[in-house]
Design a protein around this ligand. Structure first.
Ligand code: FES
Length: 103
């Protein structure tokens, strides 16, 4: 459930990057802090898409929409997207643990 997501400098402030294999967004807020957000829609499990032109995360299946902090803003999804634990390891790599939901 743990994976290395890359180094902090790999991500620019204000970026939302999908790790396709892990189905997790690595989000670096404009202010610089990081979080890991599930890309799996809480409705029926489709993989969502980041829409940079609209600044939202959207599900292609039934139209649910989420803000970049995971908050549900539209559609049939029953819950917001969960965030996972993310720490910096001794080698300066961001490590995400999908077994630990932090919000
Ligand atoms: Fe995402 Fe239905 S699976 S809206």
């Amino acid at each position: 459930m743990k994976f290395k997501a890359g180094k902090p400098e790999d991500f620019s402030p204000g970026s939302v990057t999908l790790d396709v294999d892990q189905k997790v967004y690595i989000v670096r807020a404009k202010e610089g802090y990081f979080y890991a957000l599930s890309a799996v829609c809480t409705h029926l499990g489709c993989i969502t898409n980041w829409k940079p032109d609209q600044g939202i995360i959207a599900c292609p299946c039934h139209g649910s929409k989420f803000s970049t902090d995971g908050t549900k803003i539209a559609g049939p999804a029953p819950r917001s997207l969960p965030r996972f634990s993310m720490v910096l390891d001794d080698n300066g790599q961001l490590v995400v643990d999908k077994s630990v939901v932090v919000g």
